[in-house]
Write a protein that binds this ligand. Structure first.
Ligand code: ZN
Length: 82
């Protein structure tokens, strides 16, 4: 019976993880994880204000209409305004 130490076990898990999913995760959380990345353009989205509230919009708008609704779970609380 073969013993597997911690780091090697983690390595094996890494091999088992679907590469596509891992790349998607890296793309979505690249750099500042609080700022989503446009899955279509692969660039950081920007905070925008809309009629229905705040949302993340693609920098390529209006060519790209990707948008993500802002939720409290992102921890976004404005620009330091109190
Ligand atoms: Zn885009």
């Amino acid at each position: 019976m073969e013993l597997i130490d911690g780091p090697r076990l983690l390595g094996l898990i890494g091999l088992l993880a679907p590469d596509a999913a891992k790349r998607l995760l890296e793309l979505a959380t690249e750099g500042d994880w609080t700022t989503p990345t446009c899955g279509h353009c692969g660039i950081k989205m920007v905070a925008r204000e809309g009629k229905s509230g705040s949302f993340w919009g693609c920098r390529n708008f209006p060519r790209c209409r990707q948008r993500i609704g802002m939720r409290s779970c992102y921890g976004f609380s404005g620009n330091g305004k109190t």
